[in-house]
Design a protein around this ligand. Structure first.
Ligand code: GCU
Length: 355
């Protein structure tokens, strides 16, 4: 594997005017620069339109839900963007506890509310609330920008070079749900973590990056354009991802196909936007497309940023075993044997890390 040094990453602490960030007080300025870079060139900016939101409980589970240990609520989110309305549903599963619980907000690949592809009962037994929505209930996973939230932001279905793609829209939806979660008394609003798998791991990272009310985030095998470094990447590349999924990103991103070395950022910059909050990156050993080594090095490359606060991230290693759990720092890294999937083992890493 190529070392961090050999990859010649842009210096995450170096401001555009050449000054170097050496203290937490100086970080917001650099943070704003990185946010602007990624907003212009990677995920894109959503048009700055006024919006409103309100939530309505659609149904509550009965007493037998999770043997009476937890409450179930299906909620409808009604938003307007630029005066035009759209709604989607999400669900909450909250363990009955005396004090507010930390919670995971998950962007999910299932339309079933409550989801049966997520170990929701186990999550609640571990003392976490679970909130989930189907990403395609927000807008479709394709190049059609005339449906759902996309149609509100892009009335004619067309985007400019730096306009936000589908990942930006899914992340925006997560932030609206976070607006609501701040008002839920059963949830500890200071401990809400956003998570997702693969393309939704990329989306979770962008949601955590943009919305500092998230106490942190966990990307599960987010790979290319997620946690994995682009320079020196194995498996999927900027060329491949922008050929097949151009609509996830700002159109401008495609200009860096086969020109990763010229990008003004790399993926450690995305991870840096989570600092100093809690960040967990996970990989599957057989997930060569995502590039587990590139994901681990992304974590190591963000260490200088967390060090501003005296917080730690996993150190760079030349060889990483198929099973490793580095869960003690403010940035965690976890790898398990097996293929691309948000598995039970990954959830166990989340429990340990965010406890
Ligand atoms: C494709 C894509 C990946 C993505 C994955 C997924 O494989 O190339 O970038 O992470 O889909 O979302 O499952």
């Amino acid at each position: 594997m190529k070392s961090i040094k050999e990859r010649n990453l842009p210096d995450v602490l170096l401001c555009a005017d050449g000054t170097r960030v050496v203290s937490p007080e100086q970080w917001p300025r650099r943070r704003a620069e990185i946010d602007a870079l990624l907003s212009d060139t990677l995920f894109g900016r959503l048009p700055n339109l006024p919006f409103t939101w309100r939530c309505e409980t659609e149904s509550e589970g009965d007493e037998s839900y999770q043997a009476g240990k937890s409450i179930l609520r299906v909620v409808r989110m009604d938003v307007t963007v630029g005066g035009k309305p759209f709604s989607w549903k999400f669900f909450l599963s909250l363990p009955k506890r005396e004090t507010p619980v930390p919670a995971f907000l998950m962007l999910m690949f299932t339309r079933k509310l409550p989801a049966d592809t997520v170990p929701v009962e186990e999550i609640c037994d571990e003392g976490f609330g679970f909130v989930g929505f189907d990403y395609q209930d927000v807008t479709s996973d394709d190049g059609d920008f005339t449906n759902g939230l996309a149609a509100l932001f892009y009335p004619d279905g067309r985007r400019g070079e730096h306009d936000g793609g589908k990942i930006a829209l899914w992340a925006w939806a997560a932030s609206r749900i976070l607006d609501y979660l701040q008002t839920v008394p059963e949830i500890d609003s200071r401990r809400i973590y956003v998570t997702g798998h693969s393309r939704l791991g990329k989306s979770a990272l962008w949601a955590a990056a943009r919305d500092e009310r998230f106490a942190g985030g966990a990307s599960i095998q987010s790979g290319c354009s997620g946690a994995a470094l682009a320079r020196g990447k194995n498996g999927e590349t900027v060329e491949k991802i922008t050929n097949v999924f151009p609509y996830w990103f700002a159109p401008a991103y495609a200009a860096f196909a086969n020109r990763e070395a010229e990008m003004p950022f790399d993926q450690h910059d995305l991870l840096a936007l989570a600092a100093p909050r809690r960040l967990l990156v996970t990989s599957a050993a057989d997930d060569a497309w995502a590039d587990p080594d590139g994901e681990a090095l992304g974590c190591a490359a963000v260490a200088p940023v967390y060090a501003l606060w005296g917080l730690s991230a996993p150190a760079e290693r030349a060889d990483i075993p198929d099973s490793i759990a580095l869960l003690d720092g403010q940035v965690g890294y976890f790898r398990r044997p097996g293929t691309h999937c948000f598995s039970r083992d990954d959830w166990h890493a989340l429990f340990r890390f965010f406890r």
